[in-house]
Design a protein around this ligand. Structure first.
Ligand SMILES: [Zn+2]
Length: 235
């Protein structure tokens, strides 16, 4: 379909965390032009966003001109106007009545992909890559495969383009995400330069990286690391 987009041109939703960094390396490993998009939506700790430049610099050294421009959108004002979650305000992480963690930011991925589609349209990027995962399901309904597939249909109808939304981590667990990082040769980068901890802890360095070690994001990351290590062949 000649809609002006190129399948060789990719946009990766890139937060500076483990999953999106793995997705970025995955894309750089196979496509000649990869741009990145990050969002400031009022997350309590900017540390993940602050990791982005370091990760991009390291991957840029490795993949050279494949790594295209970075885009950052500040959507904190409308997100703040819409209300609080434990991801954006200093309230304790807990489970809400319907079983969802209160780190859920309603509509976040729906907004992210809509902005990504608008940018990809302007930049002639056909593939839009995100690190959503249904396997280690924290219950976020906007990480589900069906949600992403529906978004692809909606974006393609609404913009009259043929975008391809790709989620390489959708059906693998965190241990397999670590294995993927190893196969892409970015293990050190993941451990040293990416950030996942909900509490923004960059002081405690653990085998699997920096973090408090007890928040849900740290538990997922560390358990995945240890599971990966337990079935990995010795060097
Ligand atoms: Zn943590």
């Amino acid at each position: 379909m000649d809609d002006g987009l190129s399948a060789e041109r990719v946009l990766v939703l890139f937060s500076g965390g483990q999953d999106s960094t793995t997705c970025l390396a995955w894309a750089l490993n196979q496509f000649p032009h990869v741009e990145t998009l990050g969002f400031f939506y009022g997350q309590r700790h900017r540390v993940e966003l602050d990791c982005r430049d370091g990760v991009r610099a390291s991957l840029g050294q490795r993949f050279g001109t494949r790594l295209g421009p970075d885009h950052v959108l500040d959507i904190s004002a409308p997100m703040a106007a819409l209300g609080a979650s434990a991801m954006t305000h200093d309230i304790e992480i807990a489970t809400m009545a319907e079983g969802l963690p209160n780190t859920f930011v309603p509509g976040r991925n729906l907004l992210f992909f809509t902005y990504a589609g608008a940018l990809a349209y302007r930049r002639s990027l056909r593939r839009i890559v995100g690190g959503m995962c249904e396997t280690d399901f924290s219950g976020y309904p906007d990480c589900r495969d069906d949600t992403i597939k529906a978004l692809q249909v909606a974006l393609n109808l609404g913009m009259q383009r043929r975008f391809m939304l790709e989620t390489p981590l959708m059906w693998i667990d965190k241990a397999a995400t670590w294995a993927m990082a190893e196969s892409l040769g970015i293990l050190d980068l993941i451990v040293e330069q990416t950030h996942t901890c909900y509490l923004g802890d960059r002081t405690n360095r653990r085998e699997w990286g920096f973090g408090c070690g007890t928040c849900p994001a740290c538990v997922l990351r560390s358990e995945g690391f240890h599971r990966w290590r337990s079935f990995r062949k010795p060097d």
